[in-house]
Design a protein around this ligand. Structure first.
Ligand code: SF4
Length: 267
């Protein structure tokens, strides 16, 4: 008999991105590089509380349980219910009166975690297609397996979903290959270490293949400090990390930095 008390899907309200869905890293980050394991912001104290870890593990366990019990369709039904919890409070009134909501309706998929199976990606495909008014986005390192990448590309091709391939000195070759193989589908996201630690081939390879507006740069940051941002073309530095224009927001009635910036979100 399964103890259903230990199951459930839950969102996290993130002060940078807004509503987000997370999975445990050890189980879902199947193509994590040693660099991202070392520098992942999920290592931070805020993400390491017992409650946050338990939530991510419960989400993962529930995802697998629903997939086993009813496949991608059953999980999708539950994901749609979850996404509806992220609706702005005035969503219904705005819909009836035909005016925009006071805050955007958005969900970042995988504040922590990544795509680990095709059937899981397919569940999100169904859910995202059923909620065209909500904007979804995700970053992923799960691009080395062609079948998994193919499913992820289908998801990122939906008009209300944006997918960014996360690259670093270890995986930029396969990331750029995936970017080229699915031309026009993905953007790129660079996890930037100190310039001295970057693979010397990385920036030239990016410059040959990527245009301005197609890649966001995340200078590694920790405890309010970040490494010196690269200014090389075609990189755009994340303004939330590298400027004071978009401070973190905990007030639930204010747009979050990513909702205001929207570089990574679908247009
Ligand atoms: S570039 Fe903009 S949307 Fe992307 S992570 Fe930074 S603040 Fe958020």
């Amino acid at each position: 008999m399964v103890n259903t008390h230990h199951f459930g899907l839950e969102l996290t309200d993130n002060s940078k991105t807004g509503w987000a869905f997370s999975l445990s890293r050890s189980q879902s980050c199947v193509q994590a590089t040693s660099i991202c394991k070392r520098l992942c912001y999920g290592n931070g104290i805020r993400y390491q509380s017992a409650a946050q870890k338990a939530k991510r593990e419960r989400n993962f366990k529930t995802v697998e349980y629903l997939l086993d019990m009813g496949g991608s369709e059953l999980l999708a039904q539950n994901l749609v219910a979850l996404v509806d919890q992220a609706r702005p409070a005035d969503w219904l009134a705005a819909k009836i009166s035909g005016v925009p909501t006071s805050l955007p309706w958005s969900v970042r998929i995988h504040d922590v975690g990544d795509w680990h199976t095709t059937r899981y990606v397919q569940a999100w495909q169904i859910a995202v297609a059923q909620r065209p008014s909500c904007k979804f986005w995700f970053y992923t390192r799960s691009f080395a397996d062609a079948d998994l990448l193919g499913a992820i590309a289908q998801l990122a091709s939906l008009p209300n979903c944006s997918g960014l391939l996360s690259i670093d000195s270890e995986n930029f070759d396969s990331g750029l290959l995936a970017f080229a193989r699915h031309s026009g589908v993905f953007k790129l996201a660079l996890l930037q270490e100190k310039q001295a630690d970057l693979d010397p081939e990385l920036l030239p390879a990016v410059a040959r293949q990527v245009k301005q507006g197609q890649i966001i740069n995340f200078p590694y940051h920790h405890g309010g400090r970040h490494v010196k941002p690269l200014l090389d073309s075609p990189l755009t530095n994340c303004p939330q990390i590298t400027s004071e224009a978009l401070p973190l927001v905990t007030n639930k009635y204010m747009p979050k930095p990513c909702q205001s910036c929207a570089f990574c979100l679908p247009v």
